[in-house]
Design a protein around this ligand. Sequence first.
Ligand SMILES: [Zn+2]
Length: 78
Amino acid sequence: MKILIWVLLGYLAYRMFKGKSEAKIAKKEPAVAETFQDPVCGVYISEADAVVGNLEGKRYHFCSMDCLRRFEQIQQQR
Ligand SMILES: [Zn+2]
């Protein structure tokens, strides 16, 4: 019965060692979230943080509601 425990421990140690070396090889680049540029202030924001505005069928991403309003004002002046 004792031998079985040692075999199990040895197997677990082998698994851990093998897992570590495999993890090094399989290391992937972290997924880069898509970013958008605020057309008003030029700041880059991610989709999750952006205030999305629809203007004439086009989607614009803003860092804040202030920039969205400023963008709308700029568009109306034309
Ligand atoms: Zn902005």
